[in-house]
Design a protein around this ligand. Structure first.
Ligand SMILES: [Zn+2]
Length: 382
């Protein structure tokens, strides 16, 4: 039996009385059908309403062949009193109506179709099958908000089959009968099954937050309407205030202050690289030319360790092993030579010194989990 959809006629019904038609165990829930309901089931990208039936929590709602099924945690029978969580429902109505307005305007200016819509508690996204530039986004956002201020009527209705043929409306599906239309006066006409605000003023502020690419050549928009837009603004302001405090800069000058900081950081990094190079050169100068192998610990790490070894091999005939670390944590090593082929040494040394690593062009990098005395002893007795 088809359930009478109270939300279809009147989206503002928060409480209602209904008769339980069936109640059957379904997994961990009871599947309850009623003669009528104000609960909107999941559909068209929008999640289902939450609420209670005679105080019993309704965890999910879905529609199957015109029958609306409420999933509850307890068995129900007879007459029940339904109550939907209104704040969450109204928030969705605001965002869904806002989405129609934005999609309608984008369609008006580009002919693009809304090909995907998702409305959850945390996010409202809409995707189009075309690229949408920032200029158009700004224009649409302004116009949508102006239509909000103009307090235009929003009407949900079922036109007759004859009337439907004469109407031009947006629709994701090819529908021919029982089409429910949502009309935003002078702005949009779109097929939709969800509850909507009765006027644009109720939507409140409409903010297009961000965009990203969607499939091939499409665009996905993230929007926030009503309280969500306010919360989003609050979040941004908190962030920018914190940044302003950290930088000791006025809010409107935070970007310039960050840019200054970034330039200073780049300058410092450049100077640091120069200083490190000088340090490496000094360390190389302090070592006397030798015909032997050299095994030495140092403070250099990462690429500096490699650079140190690379410069050192010009002064040493034998192999160069530079190490950074300590006996407790082990040693990072660079093994190289200007004259001797190190390839036969790398693997046996790794095995003997509990190490790993390798390389090419006669240079190996890795680490040894061994004490310095043992490493030194091993290489001296090669
Ligand atoms: Zn819709």
């Amino acid at each position: 039996m088809k359930t009478i959809k109270l939300y279809d006629e009147n989206a503002y019904i928060r409480e209602f009385e209904a008769e339980v038609i069936s109640c059957e165990k379904s997994g961990k829930y009871y599947a309850v059908t009623l003669d009528k309901t104000a609960f909107f089931p999941e559909g068209g990208g929008q999640k289902s309403d939450k609420g209670t039936l005679s105080g019993v929590k309704v965890c999910d709602v879905e529609e199957k062949d015109g029958e609306i099924i409420h999933y509850t945690q307890e068995l129900l029978s007879g007459t029940v009193k339904g109550e939907i969580y209104w704040d969450a429902r109204f928030d969705r109505m605001q965002n869904h109506s806002g989405e129609h307005l934005v999609s309608g305007l984008i369609h008006k200016y580009t002919g693009a179709d809304n090909v995907s819509f998702s409305l959850t508690d945390g996010e409202c996204t809409l995707a189009f099958n075309t690229a949408i530039g920032d200029e158009l986004i700004e224009k649409v956002e302004r116009e949508a908000n102006r239509i909000v201020f103009e307090n235009r009527k929003i009407k949900c209705y079922y036109p007759s089959a004859e009337e439907l043929k004469t109407l031009e409306y947006r629709s994701k599906l090819e529908l021919t009968e029982n089409v429910r239309l949502v009309k935003i006066e002078g702005a949009d006409l779109c097929a939709c099954c969800a509850p909507h605000c009765k006027s644009t003023a109720e939507i409140g502020l409409i903010k297009i937050i961000s965009k990203e690419n969607y499939k091939a050549g499409g665009t996905k928009l993230f929007i926030a309407c009503g309280m969500r837009a306010l919360e989003h603004h609050k979040m941004l302001l908190t962030q920018v205030k914190d940044i302003s405090h950290l930088l000791c800069a006025k809010i409107e000058k935070t970007a310039a202050a960050v840019e200054r900081l970034k330039n200073e950081k780049e300058k410092c990094e450049y100077e640091l690289v120069g200083l490190k190079r000088k340090n490496i050169e000094k360390a190389v100068e302090s070592i006397s030319p030798s015909e032997e192998n050299i095994i030495i610990t140092c403070e250099f790490n990462g690429d500096d360790l490699r650079l140190f070894a690379d410069k050192l091999k010009t002064k040493v005939k034998g192999i160069v092993l530079v190490l950074e670390g300590d006996d407790n944590g082990g040693y990072r090593y660079v093994l190289t030579s200007g004259n001797t082929d190190i390839s036969p040494i790398v693997k046996p040394a790794n095995t003997a010194l509990n190490g790993r690593g390798g390389g090419r062009d006669n240079m190996a990098r890795g680490n040894y989990s061994a004490k310095f005395a043992d490493i030194k002893n091993y290489f001296e007795n090669l």
